[in-house]
Write a protein that binds this ligand. Structure first.
Ligand SMILES: *Cc1c(COP(=O)(O)O)cnc(C)c1O
Length: 379
């Protein structure tokens, strides 16, 4: 058995990417936009269903930023954001000069807590400002409680930006993640469920919004023979080369989701009999997770000197990559001055949570090595 590194989340190529990229090179379509970009958007629109409009962009972060711009978020506005997430969910709030309001997680999905959300909205309104948008995240592919969150959002008339960067292939009560909010956001970054090397998409329910997204993403050029600009422009469109990779990757989307889920059930079979660790799982049948990353909580055991960090180090010794959960945004130095509403659930998840190797490519040999570390650690 060799000891080559097992990575947390490598992507898997289909073999078809090369063909699309080659064609782009041969036809000199290597700019942003182009036939692959149109085809990639068409394929995604077919995947999500006809009333969804997809704009292909150069990153998921750009998609969140454009959603905020299209919602008219300006300097001084307040935007609610799930605290336990990757920083890219929250950074675009600062790009707009707006104020992030961070919300705690709930224990069963690890996502934005409906109770803390409603409390925060009430309190912000009482303090004189109604939040202008809510950024909710399907963390690690696990859908957030969309019925509860969207009912609250609707009650106060606040649009939801659904950060589905990690959740392509997940669904909630039969509806695809990415199509539940006012805007949906996807990422095709290198470690996501499918990758365009770098890329993202914004999903909306109208052709007009898609056209506005493309307008801002391509430097806000007005309709004129010369370059005329009345709005701040951005260079956010996906390139035709990246979209070619994306077309190849879409052919293995379902397969990759299947492999990630197989990883999850591999871990489930191991952790079922281990008392000091719990695997994050869907809490009911109506929720389908792509299990982009398999994640556990490690119960600290002082007697046996076991905790999250010692497990991570045991993996590291075996040349296996694992990683603590995202560090909550309200604990990050860059966001420390902003309001936070909650009960320290996210803190406790961060303290005890570990992301396990979950790539679409894990071999039997990799799995045996992973299993050995876990069994030895908890014995
Ligand atoms: C990856 C990710 C993003 C950002 O996507 P990029 O394509 O890397 O810009 C946003 N939110 C979450 C939760 C992510 O995991």
């Amino acid at each position: 058995m060799d000891n080559k590194r097992v990575f947390l989340s490598l992507s898997q190529q289909s073999g078809f990417e090369q063909e699309y990229v080659q064609k782009a090179l041969e036809t000199h379509w290597i700019t942003s936009g182009g036939p692959n970009v149109d085809a990639f958007e068409d394929e995604l629109e077919k995947y999500f269903g006809s009333d969804n409009f997809v704009t292909a962009l150069n990153s998921g972060t750009s998609a969140i930023h454009l959603a905020l711009i299209l919602l008219g978020i300006k300097s001084g506005d307040e935007v609610i954001c799930q605290s336990l997430t990757f920083s890219a969910s929250a950074n675009p709030i600062l790009y707009q000069g707006a104020t992030p309001i961070f919300i705690d997680s709930e224990a069963d999905t690890w996502n934005i807590c409906p109770k803390a959300l409603e409390g925060a909205i009430e309190d912000r309104i009482a303090k004189g400002k109604k939040p202008k948008a809510i950024i909710a995240v399907h963390l690690y592919g696990m859908p957030y409680k969309a019925d509860e969150i969207h009912t609250i959002a609707d009650r106060y008339g606040i649009p939801v930006i659904e950060d589905a960067a990690e959740a392509l292939g997940s669904s909630y009560k039969g509806r695809a993640c990415g199509t539940l909010g006012t805007f949906g956001v996807l990422s095709f970054n290198g470690n996501k469920i499918i990758s365009t090397s770098a890329g993202g998409a914004l999903i909306s329910d109208s052709k007009l919004l898609k056209e506005r997204a493309i307008f801002y993403a391509t430097q806000s050029k007005e309709d004129a023979v010369h370059y005329e600009h009345c709005h701040i422009g951005y260079n956010y469109r996906m390139s035709n080369i990246c979209a070619g990779i994306g077309l190849g990757q879409l052919t293995v989307l379902n397969e990759n989701v299947g492999k990630r889920r197989t990883n999850h059930f591999f871990y489930k079979s191991i952790f079922e009999t281990i008392e000091d660790a719990v695997l994050l799982e869907v809490s009911n049948e109506a929720v389908f997770s792509n299990y982009w990353l398999s994640t556990i909580l490690v119960k600290p055991n002082t007697e046996k000197k076991r905790d999250r960090e010692s497990l991570r180090l045991a993996f590291e010794t075996a040349n296996i990559e694992s990683r603590p959960l995202w560090k909550p945004m309200h604990l990050q130095p860059i966001f420390s001055g902003y309001p936070y509403y909650g009960n320290k659930v996210a803190e406790s998840l961060f303290e005890r949570g570990l992301c396990l190797p979950s790539g679409s490519h894990l071999s039997e040999d990799d799995k045996n090595r992973i299993k050995e570390v876990i069994i030895n650690f908890f014995e």
